[in-house]
Design a protein around this ligand. Structure first.
Ligand code: NIG
Ligand code: FE
Length: 415
């Protein structure tokens, strides 16, 4: 099937090399309008209109950006924790809620009690909300299982969700998120490395492994053990790093060749240099900073200026970031971390695709890549960051198919 998106006002292609870092930011140009031709799910030309199409989308007056890529979410999960948020707003710390019955343990219990159908229905609704806000690719994770069987169940649910939603879904095994009851850290890391990761890899359930390094969770020696097991299983390694304190985790991630180090609220300027000199992406999650009202912010400007690979995600989860919208996360990245709108867009497209190992597949508007497009009823892409809660998005295209059409926009689409 062919699709022609015609006569747009401007196109932010982000074409060129991926990821974008350092001087490459200076080369980004916004194309003045034109059309995009798609065939068999791929982009075949940008700028001119090819004929002979099955469907035509009239993008007059619109700005086109690549489909957004959310490189860090905790889907699938089940249920919310609004009371914990209210407690935090009255002064209780996240670390103090994280006990046997609160925080991650609470979400683990909610997941265990829910049926597969309930989890999929709950998570698919959030994926739909993400689609309407422009997300065409997202990461899913385990981490609310806390036993080998329950982690495998959550990974299988992630793959089931992938079959049900219009987006491209990549799955990470968050093998060490909280210390399971009745075990110590070393015991659980042994099980995760020896049993969970080989089983998950053999079943093709995930492409990466993640660990939460924090005083309330795991330490760098555990990250090293998991990294060895991940390597043996052919999986990329990621880490929740320096979110609540400086544990030297980002610097560690660069030395061990991790794909990404995420959060970074307390990462030092030393870690900035390490990240800039490495291919480990720095993933910024301002939704968690906003939700936890954290004063400590990642050294985002220093990271960009030193030439690190900077990406941005929602961290969608029921505890620290109940935020599904990448435009909102981008706006928070600009307001809280002083990113420019273009840096936020790059972080949520081409660089996020790099984090997920999809840099040759998604995140840019370029011939040969997947035809994943977001069509904005706005004169420039900056409106997305300027008015993040506005209903700018008229259509979302995934692999050349119209996956979402804003009610009232039907006349723009001729089949
Ligand atoms: O990315 N901090 C660790 N993991 C999540 C929160 C998980 C939760 O509270 O359920 C995060 O912030
Ligand atoms: Fe997270």
């Amino acid at each position: 099937m062919n699709l022609l998106v015609k006569d747009s006002r401007s196109i932010v292609t982000l074409e060129g090399t991926a990821p974008v870092r350092g001087a490459a930011f200076g080369d980004i140009e916004v194309r003045p309008g034109g059309s995009i031709s798609c065939d068999e799910g791929r982009i075949v030309s940008v700028g001119r209109a090819d004929t002979g199409t099955d469907a035509i989308f009239d993008a007059e007056g619109c700005t086109i950006i690549p489909g957004l890529v959310d490189c860090h979410t905790h889907l699938p999960f089940f249920g919310w924790r609004a009371d914990e948020d209210a407690a935090r707003l009255s002064g209780v710390r996240y670390e103090d809620i994280h006990g046997r019955s609160g925080g991650i343990f609470r979400s683990a219990a909610l997941l265990a009690e829910a049926s597969d159908e309930q989890v999929i229905a709950f998570s698919a609704r959030l994926a739909l909300q993400m689609l309407r806000s422009g997300t065409t690719t997202f990461e899913t994770k385990s981490g609310y299982g806390l036993s080998v069987e329950a982690e495998l169940r959550q990974l299988r649910l992630a793959r089931k969700l992938a079959d049900k939603v219009p987006q491209r879904v990549v799955t990470t095994c968050l093998a060490a998120h909280a210390i399971p009851e009745g075990k110590d850290q070393g015991q659980w890391i042994g099980e995760a490395a020896n049993d969970l990761l080989p089983a998950a890899a053999a079943e093709g359930l995930c492409s990466a492994v993640d660990i939460y390094v924090e005083s309330i969770a795991f330490a760098l020696e555990h990250a090293a053990r998991l990294a060895e097991a991940a390597k043996a299983a052919g999986l990329a390694m990621r880490v929740h790093a320096d979110q609540l304190a400086d544990n030297q985790t980002a610097a560690f991630a660069t030395r061990w060749g991790f794909r990404s180090a995420d959060h970074l609220n307390h990462s030092s300027l030393d870690a900035v240099d390490d990240l800039a000199a490495s291919d480990t992406a720095a993933v910024l999650l301002p939704g968690a900073t906003f939700t936890l009202r954290q004063a400590a912010k990642p050294p985002a400007r220093a990271l960009i200026e030193a030439g690190a690979i900077v990406a941005l995600g929602t961290d969608l989860n029921p505890g620290t970031s109940p935020i599904a919208s990448l435009p909102l996360a981008m706006a928070l990245g600009c307001r809280l971390y002083s990113l420019s709108p273009m840096e936020a867009l790059v972080g949520a497209t081409v660089n996020a695709a790099y984090v997920l190992g999809l840099e040759n597949e998604a995140g840019r508007i370029e011939s040969g890549l997947a035809a994943d497009l977001v069509i904005l009823d706005a004169p420039s892409f900056e409106h997305l960051v300027y008015r993040p809660d506005a209903d700018h998005i008229v259509a979302v295209i995934r692999d050349g198919d119209v996956a979402y059409l804003r009610p009232g926009s039907e006349p723009r689409l001729a089949r």
